[in-house]
Design a protein around this ligand. Structure first.
Ligand code: CAA
Length: 257
């Protein structure tokens, strides 16, 4: 499948999407959004793939939504087209997605990274929601996801001033799961993805779905949901295999797809 703005490959059980608009620091235009969704459709349909890594270049994961594409849109146009609604499909993916972020992850770039299940950052990563400097605010989920990840005080400060946050502060604040040297970023992200992909795919997907419930519901409803999904895992062969392997002191062979 030919793509103009991304590169897509599979490494064993891991799908790797590399954002590839170097001339625009991977600014997220409508072609790129369409291609990312097309690639994710294919990787989700492929039962051999257990985890997806999304990365950019050493200089930029993505410097935001494409300002040049959007600058002259009218209100009726942007409203009627429901600009950015296609990103809901990216965020709603069921297989695990890891963002491997180096360099700038700004505006929509930071928002795209936050749509993934977690972020592994290079030590040169810089996160920010600088939209306020353009006379707008985050429009791809930043006001909601950043606030849930790092809390109201820091999210307010970042969105109202547009200041950037380095990798260390991002890890301390809960925005990223792990910081690694730039040279190790892809290796580390792929290693983590391989670990996830080696586990039971349906159990991994159910775990992702259940954790995401925490953002949508009350504690008591979330715990009830967790318990029901936990019970349902006993209908899978992989639960039987995982527990039998532990008891028999051998490595499990997960097969459910
Ligand atoms: N949209 C379109 N083009 C962009 C872009 C963007 N978000 N970010 C960078 N580019 C382009 C630049 O225009 C430039 O192109 P030309 O060579 O044709 O002029 C090229 O990428 C390289 O950028 P710079 O020369 O600016 O590179 P730099 O190293 O000097 O600066 C930067 C890097 C600080 C990231 C700077 O490019 C920048 O501030 N970019 C914009 C960041 C931003 O405001 N992002 C938010 C966008 S709005 C948004 O995302 C809304 C939303 O919530 C959905």
């Amino acid at each position: 499948m030919a793509y103009e703005t991304i590169l897509v490959e599979t490494r064993g059980k891991v799908g790797l999407i590399t954002l590839n608009r170097p001339q625009a620091l991977n600014a997220l235009n409508s072609t790129l959004l369409g291609e990312v969704n097309r690639a994710l459709d294919a990787l989700e349909a492929d039962h051999g793939i257990g985890c997806i890594v999304i990365t950019g270049s050493e200089k930029a994961f993505a410097a935001g939504a494409d300002i040049k594409e959007m600058a002259n849109l009218s209100y009726p146009q942007i409203y009627s087209d429901d600009q950015f609604a296609g990103w809901d499909r990216v965020a709603g993916r069921r297989k695990p997605m890891i963002a491997a972020v180096a360099g700038f992850a700004l505006g929509g770039g930071c928002e795209f990274a936050m749509m993934c299940d977690f972020i592994v950052a290079a030590d040169n990563a810089k996160f920010g929601q600088p939209e306020i400097k353009l006379g707008v605010m985050p429009g791809m989920g930043g006001t909601q996801r950043l606030t849930r990840l790092i809390g109201k005080a820091k999210a307010m400060e970042m969105c109202l001033t547009g200041r950037l946050m380095g990798a260390e502060e991002a890890e301390r604040s809960g925005l990223v799961a792990k910081v690694v040297p730039l040279a190790d970023l892809l290796t580390e992200a792929l290693k983590t993805a391989e670990t996830i992909a080696s586990l039971s795919l349906p159990i991994v997907m159910m775990t992702k779905e259940t954790i995401n419930r925490a953002d949508e519901t009350s504690l008591s409803e979330g715990i009830r949901f967790e318990r029901r999904i936990f019970h349902s895992m006993f209908a899978t062969a992989d639960q039987k295999e995982g527990m039998a392997a532990f008891v028999e002191k051998r490595a499990p062979q997960f097969k459910d797809r």
